[in-house]
Design a protein. Structure first.
Length: 210
């Protein structure tokens, strides 16, 4: 819930671990895999896989507190694919597909997780929960994101070899990278090398004209 620290540990192509926060619950689901070329990142192979992954998400649900069946796992894949397409369409200024909107609304129509106030004054969920409840919570978050004030702030990382999607909640609205530690830093290094190469080439050309 909102009081819980957000962000998931993922690994760059060179094996560097870093924390990536996509800015919303629904976009965290994209880190579990996806359609087409993204299938190589798939982690939701079995119903238990979804239950275990939820402990890493901002929901922080223990696997023993969520019951997921095969039909719900299939729904998770369908919802995730729709979120990928909606996220990319939003980031690129393209129209949304009717079937993706319908999928979000279909999953969101089911009962979601029920919040509860704990004696310590913190918030928690009524447990155990079903996979359908969890997925409805993701879908309802997607309704809030794609139909809310940050719908125009959904971005794709500017690195040409990065597929990550995030919500730009920065005051300036100019966030370009999934993380400055990885893609942002590599871009700066490439730009510096390019400037140095251009400068060396210019100096060499000047020497030849002397």
């Amino acid at each position: 819930m909102s009081s819980v620290a957000t962000g998931l540990v993922i690994y760059s192509a060179d094996g560097t671990a870093y924390v990536f926060d996509p800015g919303s619950l629904c976009l965290e689901l994209l880190l579990t895999g996806g359609p087409g070329e993204l299938s190589r990142y798939e982690v939701l192979h079995q119903p238990d896989g979804l239950a275990e992954w939820l402990g890493l998400s901002r929901l922080r649900l223990a696997s023993e507190d969520v019951r997921v069946d095969a039909a719900e796992l299939h729904t998770a894949h369908r919802l995730r694919d729709a979120l990928w397409r909606l996220g990319r369409a939003a980031a690129r200024g393209e129209p949304r597909r009717d079937e993706d909107v319908a999928e979000i609304n279909r999953v969101a129509a089911a009962p979601s997780l029920v919040p509860q106030l704990a004696l310590a004054g913190t918030s928690t969920w009524r447990l155990p929960a079903t996979g359908a409840q969890v997925l409805s919570t993701f879908a309802r978050d997607a309704v809030d994101l794609f139909g809310g004030r940050f719908a125009t702030r959904i971005r794709e990382c500017s690195s040409p070899d990065c597929y990550l999607i995030f919500v730009d909640t920065s005051p300036s609205g100019r966030r370009r990278w999934c993380s400055m530690e990885t893609c942002g830093n590599r871009s700066k290094v490439r730009a510096l090398r390019s400037r140095r190469s251009a400068g060396e080439a210019s100096a060499a050309a000047a020497d030849r004209t002397r």
